[in-house]
Write a protein that binds this ligand. Sequence first.
Ligand code: GLU
Length: 447
Amino acid sequence: MTKVRFAPSPTGKLHVGNVRTALFNFLFARKAGGIFVLRIDDTDVERSTREYEDGIRTDLTWLGLKWDETFKQSERFDRYAAAAEELKAKGLLYACYETGDELERKRRLQMANGRPPVYDRAALDLTDAEKAELEAEGLKPHWRFKLSGNPVQWEDMVRGPVSIETSSLSDPILIREDGSYLYTLPSVCDDIDAEITHIIRGEDHTTNSGAQIEIFEALGGSAPVFGHQALLVGADGGKLSKRLGSLSMEDLREVEGFEAMAVNSLLGRIGTSDPVEPFMALEDLLEGFSLSKLTRSPARFDAEELARINAKILHETGYDAVRDRLGAMEADAGEAVWAAVRPNLERLRDARDWAVLVNGPVTPVIEDDDREFTAEAAAALPEGELDESSWGNWTSALKEATGRKGKTLFMPLRHALTGQPRGPEMAVLLPLIGREKVIARLNGEAA
Ligand code: GLU
């Protein structure tokens, strides 16, 4: 059974980069009929907050990325401690006492001598007596995993064959001086216990994967299949990291007012061999999804492209899907109005402005030269209930009667009826505004 996980740390808001990883995991699980796990990586108790954790769940729910199972790493410290003991017993986790400054000095020296700044494993030579002495001085150990020194190889779902030379890496620190865990060991324990079959995450984790595969093996598990997708960059190919704050899901939703499916559509397709298209539902995006379509080069994230997709999605969105949200922003003027204004929307919130065109009050804009014409137009309005054919009949009759045509015929009417030079189709608007308001506006009265 395919089982994947999305494992954010609740130390910040989810942004487009994290969400792309979440989306890939979700789609991968759905495609395989498997399980999508949400794991909260909160081993850093100082920086993890409940608020960020709630935010992650809110964002994923908004996007429709429903998880089948969820758990938090902070509930599993006993398991990590047991795994650490197991590694110590195997001689694979060793105590180190260097301070940050000391390590920095060593690194500089190595670089000055033209050597790579790899940890020299000096701590492995410490005797028990020396360690006891250091601890008596008040030093607390941090713990490093002893890499094999052999190349670690795997067939990556995105990158193809990958080989990591562990001999050129520092033994990774798994436990800090204060006893807290870096994500490396807990993640492996969790992936073993949850029987995760595939790990899909960003390319920035590729080197970690080399070490983690050795930890999987050391703990008697076998490593899942890996897929490391290329990271996101800005539209200009530059780094996105600085802008990620403004590209949080919360901002895209609450401040920008984007549609969830616009975000999914864009993130699901950039950096793949498929074109970016608007999708109305995750199921539609699922159809052509395959990690093998991911390109090796970074995916360009362009907020303007998101805006374009957003508009296209709104233009197709049915009334029932937005009714509640329109209601919440006091812009629900019924299904017919929605159908009329929808083709003009870039963001849903714009519907408020368009709804006002129908419901009023609208302050008509009428040039002095046009006053006579709009008054004549009011008098010539077809009898009875206005419908979608009224506009055509009415303006044809006005054309004949006044000799006006094109812009000089239509613009004064649009300006008078909506107070604006642009907007939804007048043929659709006219019956929605209704006879009474149409006549009032044509006569220059706010209505
Ligand atoms: N919490 C880690 C991160 O957000 C998880 C990485 C992983 O997917 O294993 O980077």
